[in-house]
Design a protein around this ligand. Structure first.
Ligand SMILES: [Zn+2]
Length: 252
């Protein structure tokens, strides 16, 4: 067994589903995980519940654009970012600020789970005192996964298995009770993540923030991977929190 393989970013376990409240969230928080999956030849799909048109498009509002124009801009940017990462993207246009939890929207996510059959799911944290839409998206993502597993739930396709769910890193991790238990090596695809970030020009201040964060998480990854694994001098990483226990036949 190649002991470095789990930390070099060369592998992905299968279809990756990312459930994002707003059009930009998946880029900052999970762009590396998405690009790694695509680079490994696996499907990655982003579902944007809204465009972030009201709450995360301040510059466009100040420029005097109207709601429909802003939605179109955010959609185009997110499509470009997804393409840069190698992901498919679907917009549910459910509205933001507030993003309302509804049975209809949850049911649409159940259909996505049944059709896409993800091996891994990424979504927001369940706590975010800065943004009610993020926990709402996470709750619906988790509830839809539960429903998609139920054989009696009416939706096309087979009942879902048990894809692990990871929360991706929020913008204010400490306030969101975000204590990483998983560090993903994204060194090999960081240039793609940076390119995707640069598809979002209205949030240019975030480009360097998330580049610096990836470096910091990369330092932590190296510390936890041990000194002898031959990791690159500058390692880039994304942090996640696993929702359900890892299942394993061996402690490693
Ligand atoms: Zn957001």
């Amino acid at each position: 067994m190649n002991t470095t393989s789990s930390t070099t970013g060369a592998q992905a376990t299968g279809p990756l589903l990312v459930i994002s409240a707003h059009a930009g969230d998946f880029v900052w928080r999970a762009g590396g995980a998405i690009a790694l999956t695509a680079a490994a030849g696996q499907r990655a799909k982003v579902v944007c519940l809204s465009y972030g048109e009201r709450g995360e498009s301040a510059r466009a509002w100040r420029e005097g654009k109207n709601l429909e124009e802003i939605k179109a801009v955010r959609r185009a940017e997110a499509e470009q970012a997804a393409a840069a990462l190698g992901a498919e993207i679907e917009f549910l246009d459910a509205g933001d600020y507030p993003l309302l939890e509804t049975q209809e929207l949850t049911d649409r996510l159940v259909h996505v789970y049944r059709e896409f059959e993800p091996a891994v799911v990424l979504t927001h944290t369940l706590a975010d005192p800065y943004n009610g839409d993020h926990p709402a998206a996470a709750r619906m993502a988790i509830q839809a996964r539960i429903l998609a597993q139920a054989i009696g739930y009416e939706a096309p396709g087979e009942p879902l298995g048990a894809p692990p769910v990871f929360h991706f890193e929020p913008h204010q991790p400490e306030q969101c009770d975000f204590r990483p238990d998983t560090l993903l090596d994204i060194t090999s695809v960081f240039d793609r993540k940076r390119k995707a970030m640069e598809c979002l020009p209205a949030q240019q201040h975030m480009w360097d923030y998330y580049t610096d964060l990836a470096k910091r998480r990369g330092v932590q990854l190296k510390r936890n991977a041990g000194p002898n694994l031959g990791l690159p001098h500058t390692c880039m990483a994304e942090a996640f929190v696993r929702l359900y226990p890892q299942t394993t036949g061996v402690l490693a």
